[in-house]
Design a protein around this ligand. Structure first.
Ligand SMILES: NC(=O)c1ccc[n+]([C@@H]2O[C@H](COP(=O)([O-])OP(=O)(O)OC[C@H]3O[C@@H](n4cnc5c(N)ncnc54)[C@H](OP(=O)(O)O)[C@@H]3O)[C@@H](O)[C@H]2O)c1
Length: 244
């Protein structure tokens, strides 16, 4: 597939490496220009481009930028072919994104993103820590392979996302429509807790919407200033204990 990735941070850079390694034609962009993208991101064959180019001639665009920046990319998305699938990795963290009234009021994050950019999105790779994503991918069929939930309204888009997630070394679970995707938001039992395909459906099912924000904020308060010194194993363990 021809894939554009907007965002070359913790998640976008690993996505570019893995999807290019899997044989896809990958372009990646950030906000500052291709010369600022690290060579290691391009080591498996991805090409660094301007953001204006990353939306041209692609089958899939993955948006992997801070959620508060979503409204700003709307003009870019207007350049994207109507047939292209948009897969979004973003999550709402008021500490990073500032308070957004609609989301504080309970609007589903994926629906809000969709409104901001003016396109339907499939939600994938949002519920895996960047350290887990980088280090714990496994070939299909290997015991203990972790799973990632995928939610969206368009079956074609969802199938594309499921196939790409598998290419990055993870099983998938169909988590339903975008309006149900709150089950994979921060604070939910399925969010960044390193579960397998057998374990994930029950975690999605036991999510309680009214508990998400409080649990998300409790984890952020616990992590506090120690964030940089914690491994993804530490954070996954904290998530499991808090979000269960
Ligand atoms: N980190 C995780 O463990 C994790 C896990 C799952 C999901 N997520 C979610 O995935 C998204 C990305 O997370 P991250 O940790 O990869 O973020 P990050 O490390 O902060 O990287 C953000 C990237 O987005 C780019 N960017 C920001 N605004 C842009 C714009 N207007 N146009 C083009 N590029 C833009 C930045 O480029 P510049 O540096 O050039 O501005 C940077 O490359 C977030 O919504 C996050 O919540 C994160």
């Amino acid at each position: 597939m021809k894939i554009g990735i907007l965002g070359a941070g913790s998640i976008g850079s690993t996505l570019a490496q893995k999807l290019a390694e899997a044989g896809h034609q990958v372009k990646v962009a950030n906000s500052r220009g291709p010369e600022t993208i690290d060579e290691t991101v391009l080591a498996t064959g991805a090409t660094a481009v301007e953001a204006s180019d990353v939306v041209q001639d692609v089958d899939v665009l993955v948006t992997s930028i801070p959620l508060a920046r979503m409204a700003g990319i709307r003009p870019l998305l207007e350049e994207l072919s109507a047939d292209a699938v948009v897969i979004d990795t973003s999550n709402y963290y008021p500490l990073r994104d500032g308070h957004i009234e609609a989301l504080d009021g309970g609007q589903v994050e994926g629906l809000w993103v969709s409104e901001q950019i003016g396109r339907p999105v499939v939600k994938a790779w949002n519920a895996i820590l960047s350290g887990t994503f980088e280090a714990k991918g496994r070939p299909a069929g290997q015991a203990g392979r972790l799973a990632i939930p995928v939610a969206g309204d368009d079956e074609v888009g969802k199938r594309a996302a499921i196939s790409l997630v598998e290419d990055t070394g993870f099983d998938t679970v169909d988590a339903g429509t975008l309006s149900e995707s709150w089950r994979q938001q921060p604070g939910a039992p399925a969010y960044c807790t390193e579960l397998t395909q057998e374990e994930l459906p029950a975690a999605l099912a036991r999510a309680q919407k009214d508990l998400l924000a409080g649990r998300r904020d409790r984890v952020m308060a616990t992590i506090g200033d120690t964030f940089g010194s914690l491994t993804s194993d530490d954070i996954a363990a904290l998530n499991r204990a808090t979000y269960a």
